[in-house]
Design a protein around this ligand. Structure first.
Ligand SMILES: Cc1cc2nc3c(=O)[nH]c(=O)nc-3n(C[C@H](O)[C@H](O)[C@H](O)COP(=O)(O)OP(=O)(O)OC[C@H]3O[C@@H](n4cnc5c(N)ncnc54)[C@H](O)[C@@H]3O)c2cc1C
Length: 314
């Protein structure tokens, strides 16, 4: 429960500092790739790590929970929205530094993953070319250890800059607890109250011919276009199981094309639940549960979520 008086006091404090930039009852549907999600009590865009640290400190002072997000491409926000303060991190500075045979790409967590992947390819640097088709921020990609076509964030991340209750500190990749589509930052990240915020990441890239990299990018893009639905989504809903891709199991269960309201299990790729227009979060959640129950009953396989359910669910 968020205390209403605390919220009003925080609102006033944020307004004094950021004026019109503070949005109240901001529809999250406007900030998620799903185009779904009810209002955030308070919403601010942080353009720098300093901005973010000040916003978090003020929220902590008032005892109001904070949810930090990147581009909202891996979340399903509840129809009832998010209580507390939502901060969209838009700190986007990037820097490439070459030493001997290695280039370190330093990027603030709000940087666009797709763009830095493209620029790295154009500079003849290998390591991120699998990411050219992945929307979202560097921070979000670290949290979920994003990956595609055999590449993972954890292959390239060397160091992270983190903000936690004790301030800003550095962390090695080994401490990040990377696993398949997870990291220490993802565990416990549901809804209110995130303990550690990623401010920046250092990634190690290797020299490679631009032609070779571009060939890979063309192939990955072709495969993505073939399989990926064009409608709004948050990418793959479930992780693959130990043995099977989740989409295969859902398809075998005969669920492709199943609808709840304006949400649908994509006829193109069964691990995508798409928004046909005005889908509600509860429609998507109903399909998530249907897929989980059916696949468990028919194949004895448990489907675990890759996307995160955020906000106030019944
Ligand atoms: C069409 C489509 C295709 C996709 N394809 C892929 C794919 O091939 N592979 C793949 O792995 N993913 C894929 N995704 C999912 C998604 O794009 C990635 O997971 C992306 O890295 C998420 O980044 P984001 O900034 O949007 O994160 P958000 O959705 O904004 O946030 C995700 C989680 O990370 C947390 N978070 C975000 N930034 C920070 C931060 N700075 N500090 C702490 N926590 C933070 C949020 O609180 C939330 O818990 C796809 C999505 C779409 C829509």
């Amino acid at each position: 429960m968020v205390d209403n008086i605390a919220l009003q006091n925080l609102r006033a404090a944020l307004q004094r500092r950021w004026g019109d930039r503070l949005r109240v009852d901001e529809p999250m549907a406007e900030h998620t790739s799903y185009r779904i999600g009810g209002p955030a009590d308070l919403y601010l865009v942080a353009e720098s790590g300093d901005d973010l640290a000040q916003m978090v400190a003020l929220a902590d002072e008032h005892g109001v929970p904070v949810f930090v997000m990147g581009r909202g491409t891996n979340v399903l926000v509840a129809d009832a929205g998010i209580r507390g303060l939502v901060i969209e991190l838009r700190a986007e500075q990037v820097r490439w530094t070459t030493r001997d045979d290695e280039t370190i790409l330093w990027a603030e967590a709000g940087a666009n993953l797709r763009e830095i992947a493209r620029t790295s390819v154009a500079r003849g640097l290998a390591g991120l070319e699998w990411a050219v088709g992945i929307p979202g921020s560097v921070g979000g990609a670290v949290v979920g250890n994003a990956g595609a076509f055999g590449g993972y964030m954890s292959d390239v991340v060397r160091r992270l800059t983190i903000l936690d209750a004790s301030g800003v500190r550095e962390m090695s990749a080994a401490e990040a607890g990377f696993g398949y589509r997870t990291s220490r930052f993802k565990a416990g990240s549901q809804a209110a109250g995130r303990k550690e915020i990623i401010l920046a990441a250092e990634m190690a890239l290797r020299p490679e011919s631009v032609a070779v990299l571009e060939e890979r990018v063309t192939e990955y893009t072709r495969r993505r276009m073939e399989r990926q639905p064009a409608e709004p989504s948050a990418g793959s809903v479930f992780k693959r199981t130990a043995q099977y891709p989740a989409g295969f199991l859902i398809e075998q269960a005969g669920l492709k094309g199943t609808r709840r309201g304006e949400a649908m299990i994509s006829p193109r790729h069964a691990n995508f639940i798409i928004n046909l227009g005005r889908a509600r979060a509860t429609d998507v959640k109903a399909l998530i549960e249907l897929a989980q129950e059916t696949v468990l009953r028919e194949f004895g396989e448990r489907l675990e979520l890759e996307i995160e359910l955020i906000g106030e669910w019944e």
